[in-house]
Design a protein around this ligand. Structure first.
Ligand SMILES: Nc1ncnc2c1ncn2[C@@H]1O[C@H](COP(=O)(O)OP(=O)(O)O)[C@@H](O)[C@H]1O
Ligand SMILES: [Mg+2]
Length: 239
């Protein structure tokens, strides 16, 4: 059974309610799935519709057996889906540890155990626990945003362009961390502009074009496809 499933998803913003025009996507437990595609294709919108930040016009989104499309934020979280948005995903005026506490603010009794589990998985956060969010580097900030999300112990972690604006070295480090987060019963669904790099670490990929899935398959197959490389990867030849 899929950890995460999107079927026939349609939706958008107000009058522009067909930005996403019928998307199907699955992620199995432990799988790292990436969504690539041109700017404006609707990648972020798919994640926002799935997370209930936007109301789908049609379609079904499930985490395990639980339907989450149109559910309340609390219900989406309880089902095990957490979205890390592209921007404004940490509190600059709070310390690393206080930011993590925001991830369990509804259930403060869980804070210490979950914080320690996050520190185990993301040791850099432990080393900087008292540092303010706004003083972190871009890559460290993305790690913290993932740490906040992990405080909810999600089954499905959705990341919107986690490496946007990072140096290639910082992006590589973050990709390695993300690869490690997709394991056990946790699936990761990642939207990425750094398509070639994302395809290198992902298990499977979806190519979104104009609100529809134009291609899907094993990430290595998508990365090796000449049409895909010409259209989305700047024509770089397969290594
Ligand atoms: N808040 C919004 N209101 C109206 N249209 C939007 C909004 N955000 C994005 N769009 C439009 O939806 C389309 C898809 O956007 P988006 O999902 O952000 O694309 P991607 O993440 O693939 O770059 C674009 O045409 C964009 O202009
Ligand atoms: Mg986007």
């Amino acid at each position: 059974m899929s950890a995460f499933s999107i079927e026939g998803l349609v939706g958008g913003y107000g009058a522009a309610d067909h930005v996403v025009k019928g998307v199907d996507l699955q992620a199995a437990p432990g799988e790292l799935v990436c969504i690539i595609g041109p700017n404006g294709a609707g990648k972020s919108t798919v994640l926002k519709l799935a997370a209930g930040l936007l109301s789908p016009k049609a379609g079904r989104v499930t985490v395990g057996e639980t339907a989450i499309a149109n559910a309340s934020p609390q219900a989406v979280l309880a089902a095990g889906f957490v979205l890390v948005p592209q921007e404004k995903n940490v509190f600059g005026g709070l310390s690393v540890e206080e930011n993590l506490a925001m991830g369990t603010h509804m259930r403060p009794a869980l804070f210490k155990a979950r914080r320690d589990a996050v520190f185990d998985r993301l040791p850099l956060l432990a080393a900087r626990r008292r540092q303010l969010g706004k003083t972190l580097s871009g890559g460290q900030r993305q790690l913290l945003a993932m740490g906040i999300a992990l405080m909810a112990e999600p089954k499905v972690l959705a990341l919107d362009e986690p490496t946007a604006g990072l140096s290639p070295v910082a992006a590589d480090g973050l990709f390695a961390t993300i690869r490690g987060l997709a394991s056990g019963d946790v699936a990761v669904v990642m939207v990425e502009q750094n398509a070639l790099e994302a395809l290198t670490i992902a298990d499977r990929a979806y190519v979104l074009v104009d609100g529809r899935v134009a291609r899907e398959g094993r990430a290595s197959d998508i990365a090796a496809d000449d049409d895909i490389r010409r259209l989305f990867l700047g024509g770089r030849k397969a290594a």
